[in-house]
Design a protein around this ligand. Sequence first.
Ligand SMILES: Cc1cc2nc3c(=O)[nH]c(=O)nc-3n(C[C@H](O)[C@H](O)[C@H](O)COP(=O)(O)O)c2cc1C
Length: 205
Amino acid sequence: MPNRLTMPIGEAMFSQRAIRRLKPDPIKEEDIRLMIEAAQKAPNGGNNQPGRFFVMNDPAIISEFGKLYHEAWWAKRKDEGFNSAEDFPKEHKTHFYAMKLADEIKDAPLIILACAIKAGVDNSVFPPVQNLLLAARALGIGSTLTTLHATVMERVHKLTGIPEDVKIYCCIPMGYPRGNFGPTKRLPSREITFFNQWGTAPPWS
Ligand SMILES: Cc1cc2nc3c(=O)[nH]c(=O)nc-3n(C[C@H](O)[C@H](O)[C@H](O)COP(=O)(O)O)c2cc1C
């Protein structure tokens, strides 16, 4: 058992949140390894372990990838009908924060793409991804789960050498935070939980 992942699991889970403002300081290779080894321990269908992690810590590739990420992020917004920041509803704060990440990701010290050697196995990729995020939190490393967009995928495969038949599920920029971890805002558990029959509130409501 790695003795550096000693943060109580509750503390990690309750303070892990999207950290989009990152310091440029490099992440040690031993920490990258530890996060991936924690990710590997997650459940996956039949223990077939289709997940693969593609790690970018070379500023040259991150800078190139950053341009594609920026384009992908705006392609997603255009799909939603937003052509510029002026179009975002003021209350939709996440778009403003995420836009800043799209501008700054080119300077992130570490980006991990969670992939799988075949498509259709997202349910075997995201449990490892969540372990990765929690292990990062325990090491004081900030992260955000993000996705890319079809318009850039061919160029992402070309840039990274990831074969076309390897599916890229998500993109996780990481780094030491400028800002703080948690707490996060979520719905009360009584609103998202039903007991025995759909619509029956839990005993704690
Ligand atoms: C499937 C998925 C896609 C996401 N895509 C993006 C993204 O493209 N850009 C981004 O900045 N955050 C992205 N996020 C992060 C969410 O915005 C974030 O988890 C959510 O707002 C809760 O934030 P919090 O944990 O800081 O409270 C994504 C999260 C998930 C699960």
